[in-house]
Design a protein around this ligand. Structure first.
Ligand SMILES: Cc1cc2nc3c(=O)[nH]c(=O)nc-3n(C[C@H](O)[C@H](O)[C@H](O)COP(=O)(O)OP(=O)(O)OC[C@H]3O[C@@H](n4cnc5c(N)ncnc54)[C@H](O)[C@@H]3O)c2cc1C
Ligand code: SF4
Length: 500
């Protein structure tokens, strides 16, 4: 423990954010990295608890008190070594993780918790700056070849770990760039894509091969992979979005959130905006919110990303609506410490301007004579509990239309795309339609699955955790044993947090 009285002397401070008026004019990252002085001060708040609940809260089992201590002692190399031992990509989680570790920090019982996520970002950025992050080549090669399909955080983590174990890894990605939703999905103002490029360069230098524009089941034969590789890891994400099949759905102006968000990522990257991962033009063309009344349907974080992007486009108005009732402003009684709290969250995008409404149902999309969306018909809902179940009824007389020329559907994802690669492999699915895998192994012994494709839509930190665990299972399958790190599983980190 660096400073025994740190938690009494210092209050929680967060990294500086760029001013709202300035940041809505561009797509640069909003949050800055801690200064050295602030990182040390915040690390000094850690109490080095006898039972550090933060470990349990983190799906990766990050060794948090130890790296906090090293930051306070200004031993950046040690802090990096500790952090990198459980997390392959702290530069991603240090920026966009909702930080379940902080929700379970012991200090959080009666004071604001330690700023673990910001400290993590500080450690990894310092490590890159000081040159500690170097390609780490395996000491020997096993001669085994593994194909990883999908280059999101799960695929990247699996590839890094399998390469470390000495296997020759090829990552197949159908998009034109590596990163999965980190690249095409999460806005640049939350995660600068140079952060992904920097990591991919290190991984390439370590001997991992990346093949982009390689769509397995389309321009790469699925069966050929089974013949060519000793094992296959499926990490293709959860890509089938939930739709809203109500009257007027076929009008022009109603689009899935992902189409809107990934186009903006491409615009920032100067890549062709209207071409999807198959190289096919989007039938809806270029989507812009400029001058429009935008309604984002879905109150989650994907919706919040649409809000931030719409404001940057210069929308006339931005409204986000949600079917469920408004969550409590403070931790709900049903989710006491150290659980992930059910409560109202206000993102940086919400801070920039947005009307937020809860307990609302969309009844109909209303069009003009040319088939363009011009309004949405809504109704208020009253939620109540009946026979132990939450149900809703429409509030009589509350039906109304509000002007809307762009509606973005952000209601989450159902399961991975089954037609094509997955059906050709003949993998079993669970009751939700995700790839079924016991200890990450599917019904085909040489095929493994990790990330959103296996657990359903989730979080980057879970994807990294699953990629690491799947890599260990593959290594055991190929070699009979594995020396890759195993994660301690706890009751808390077995909780599931969704990202809708
Ligand atoms: C808009 C949005 C914002 C989000 N923001 C956050 C956030 O701030 N924090 C957070 O923790 N989580 C966030 N999430 C959730 C998080 O991004 C995902 O949980 C995570 O990326 C899942 O990782 P993955 O590797 O399993 O899959 P993905 O990241 O989805 O990557 C899968 C990759 O596989 C590729 N692929 C699929 N099929 C094939 C095939 N047949 N051949 C070749 N390649 C294929 C896809 O092109 C894709 O690149 C967000 C999700 C969305 C949609
Ligand atoms: S629970 Fe909080 S105070 Fe305790 S060791 Fe973890 S980060 Fe430090």
């Amino acid at each position: 423990m660096g400073k025994p009285t740190g938690f009494l002397e210092f209050t929680r401070e967060l990294p500086e954010k760029r001013k709202k008026e300035e940041r809505v004019k561009d797509y640069n990252e909003i949050e800055k990295t801690f200064s050295t002085e602030l990182a040390e001060k915040q690390a000094a708040r850690c109490m080095n608890c006898g039972v550090p609940f933060c470990h349990n809260g983190c799906p990766l089992g990050n060794i948090i008190p130890e790296f906090n201590d090293a930051v306070y002692a200004q031993d950046w190399a040690l802090a990096y070594e500790i952090l990198a031992s459980t997390n392959n990509f702290p530069e991603f989680t240090g920026r966009i993780c909702p930080a379940p570790c902080e929700s379970s920090c012991v200090l959080g019982i009666n004071k604001p918790p330690v700023t673990i996520e910001a400290i993590e970002r500080y450690i990894i950025e310092t490590a890159f700056e000081k040159g500690y992050v170097q390609p780490n080549l395996p000491k020997f090669r096993t001669g085994k070849k593994v194909a990883v399909i999908g280059s999101g955080p799960a695929g990247l983590a699996a590839a890094a770990q399998l390469n470390k174990a000495g296997h020759l890894v090829t990552v197949f990605e159908r998009a034109d760039a590596v990163g999965g939703l980190l690249r095409y999905g999460i806005p640049d103002f939350k995660l600068d894509k140079k952060v992904i490029d920097r990591r991919v360069e290190v991984m390439e230098a370590e001997g991992i091969t990346f093949k982009t524009n390689a769509n397995v089941g389309v321009n790469v034969r699925t069966k050929a992979l089974l013949e060519e590789f000793d094992a296959v890891v499926l990490s293709g994400g959860s890509t089938v979005a939930r739709d809203l099949p109500i009257p007027g759905r076929n009008l022009k102006g109603i689009y899935p959130a992902m189409e809107f968000l990934s186009q903006q990522n491409k615009r920032v990257a100067n890549r062709p905006v209207t071409v999807d991962h198959r190289g096919v033009n989007y039938e809806n063309g270029e989507l812009l919110a400029t001058g429009k009344n935008v309604i984002v349907i879905g109150g989650g974080d994907t919706g919040s990303d649409c809000v931030g992007t719409s404001n940057r486009h210069g929308a006339n108005s931005v409204t986000q609506i949600e079917l469920m009732p408004m969550p409590p402003k403070e931790r709900a009684e049903s989710t006491p410490w150290p659980h992930w709290p059910m409560m109202l969250r206000t993102s940086t995008s919400h801070e920039e301007g947005c009307n937020r409404h809860w307990a609302i149902q969309t009844k109909e999309f209303v069009g003009d004579e040319n088939g363009n969306l011009k309004a949405i018909k809504l109704v208020d809902l009253e939620w109540k509990v009946e026979n132990g179940r939450s149900i809703f009824v429409e509030v009589a007389g509350s039906e109304r239309e509000i002007p809307c020329e762009l509606a973005l559907l952000a209601m989450g994802f159902l399961h991975p795309q089954q037609e094509g690669m997955l059906n050709e492999l003949g993998v079993d699915y669970d009751e939700r339609g995700n790839v079924k895998a016991q200890n990450y192994q599917t019904n085909n012994a040489k095929v493994f699955a990790a990330g959103d494709m296996r657990r359903g839509q989730s979080l980057v930190v879970w994807a990294i955790s699953e990629g690491r665990e799947a890599a260990r299972a593959v290594d055991e399958y190929l070699m009979g044993h594995s020396e890759l790190e195993a994660k301690a599983v706890s009751m808390l980190n077995a909780q599931k947090f969704d990202f809708a």
